[in-house]
Design a protein. Sequence first.
Length: 165
Amino acid sequence: MGAAPVVTDLFRQLLRRHAAAVVVITAPGQPPAGFTATSFTSVSLDPPLVSFCLAHTASAWPAVAAADLVAVHVLTQEQEHVARTFSTRGIDRFATHGAWRPGPEGVPLLDGVLARIVCRVVRRVEAGDHSIVLAAPEIGEHHDDLGATPLVYHDGHYAHLRRAA
């Protein structure tokens, strides 16, 4: 394993080695916005804070930039089709998905997810061609089946976790 300067192509290759849970983040608006992300993470337990990143060029950015509330939906391994829908350009993602309802302040809530966290945006931090959105969880719920597993993204592909025996 040889060390090399981190240039764009190497940076992408390095990041492909990292596995991440797949979420769909939604924001209210006319129309509402939603997108698939792997950049979601916990930031702090006290106070509770989470974060995600979004490119300024993303179609969802104007809605996320203006939103007071967003919803983070952790997808189950059976929801790869949801991840693909919310990452497809040029379609009405909510009409294509169909299984959602308006939540607090109009934030779209997707049905059947592993976990859902409605969060109040507390700060947006510019970071290169993206913004890091920091948000405080306000309402949460999770799937009743504690054996359900998340959808994961690794090496450019959706993957499923195997539970240890």
